[in-house]
Design a protein around this ligand. Structure first.
Ligand SMILES: Cc1ncc(COP(=O)(O)O)c(C=O)c1O
Length: 367
């Protein structure tokens, strides 16, 4: 592809002189598991999110898994989330013996439609799990208010929203009592392999999740409870520490690209560009437009060397894996409609104006 969806080579080239010595240092130190790089990253990332604590873990999926345990999710419980997300949002719910309940999304923001929550909540509901999709925060205050009124917990799946702000002063992962992050390589803050983190307001819950991520250890061979090997490794932590320092600039780069797309596509009535809610300062993990002839547009872009994508083509409630939940087609009309119209255009901080122009010209020729 001439224009990738996200350009990790360009990013590495711009920071190689900082990354390479640190990687060598960690290798030479032989502290590969845990240690000072992991603790320092946890402190720095907690501060970045405005959260009291951070637990570094092996992936965004592991973060969700541990956060659900931290929130007390177990067999017989229900967790209310969206179907318009990656399957990892739901997988650990089922692994823990709880039931996933999907609500529809808002047609403008593509985030959880908070008006659907009351109807979805039952006496079994343990947790509300909004996903800040594409880099834009979900409308968290109504979610937190409903949860408080009903004695239900809230976790933010912030895998796509590092640094996105809600109502000015609150940052994703620091809005609810717990948030989870993925540092999958293509994320706005991406490791050089799998990595993730949980942000958490409560010190005891954070300590329990940290211990669970490390076999439930109280000491090397003393285990308070059975846990997992869900640790963040030192090399990834060292890389993430360097990349975190660049994240504000990279976010500005993404916003610059999004603005160029917005301006160029504003007059085209066949394209629906991303809507930014008044409460949101998005970080544009993805730049997702809606077009009438999506499959033709996607194939045409790829044919011309432009790596567009679909996030996500099949909503979770219609996935073969979740057929047993009994959702029929039509159950979540907005989610299903959006899934047929969306296309993710290339966006990355280093993207040039001429690359944006080429994407826009090609897109318009295909409409
Ligand atoms: C919304 C969402 N939740 C969870 C995950 C899982 O993260 P990971 O791939 O690091 O396990 C991802 C990313 O892949 C995601 O986009």
């Amino acid at each position: 592809m001439d224009i990738p969806l996200c350009d990790l080579k360009a990013q590495y080239a711009s920071i190689a002189s900082e990354i390479d010595p640190v990687v060598r240092e960690v290798i030479a130190s032989t502290r590969y598991i845990g240690g000072p790089e992991v603790s320092a990253f946890e402190e720095e990332f907690a501060r970045y999110c405005g959260a009291a604590h951070c637990v570094g873990v092996a992936s965004g999926t592991a973060a969700l898994h541990l956060a659900f345990i931290g929130a007390g999710v177990g067999p017989g419980d229900e967790v209310v989330t969206v179907s318009h997300t990656f399957i990892a949002t739901a997988e650990p719910i089922v692994t823990l013996g709880a039931k996933v309940k999907f609500v529809d999304i808002d047609e403008k923001t593509y985030n959880m439609d908070v008006n659907q929550l009351e109807a979805a909540i039952t006496e079994k509901t343990k947790l509300l799990l909004p996903v800040h999709i594409y880099g834009q925060p979900a409308d968290m205050d109504p979610v937190l208010e409903i949860a408080a009124a009903k004695g239900i917990q809230v976790i933010e799946d912030s895998a796509q929203s590092h640094g996105a702000r809600y109502k000015g002063e609150r940052t994703c992962g620091g809005i609810a009592p717990m948030g989870t992050f993925s540092f999958y390589p293509g994320k706005n803050l991406g490791a050089y392999g799998d990595a993730g983190a949980i942000t958490c307001a409560d010190a005891e819950v954070a300590e329990r999740m940290r211990s669970l991520s490390n076999h439930g250890r109280a000491d090397k061979y003393l285990h308070d409870e059975e846990g997992f090997n869900f640790r963040l490794d030192a090399l990834q932590a060292a890389i993430l520490r360097i990349k975190l320092r660049h994240l504000p600039d990279w976010t500005e780069g993404r916003r610059r690209v999004a603005k160029m797309y917005d301006e160029r596509l504003a007059a085209n009535d066949k394209v629906v560009t991303p809507y930014v809610a008044p409460f949101a300062e998005p970080v544009y993990h993805l730049y997702v437009v809606r077009v009438p002839n999506r499959d033709h547009v996607l194939a045409g872009l790829r044919d011309k060397g432009i790596d567009a994508g679909i996030h996500y083509p099949v909503p979770l409630h219609l996935q073969p894996a979740y057929r047993y939940l009994g959702y029929e087609e039509g159950a979540l009309p907005v989610t299903e409609k959006i899934a047929k119209e969306i296309v993710s255009l290339p966006i990355f901080p280093e993207m040039t104006e001429s690359q944006v122009d080429r994407v826009v010209e090609t897109l318009e020729s295909l409409l």
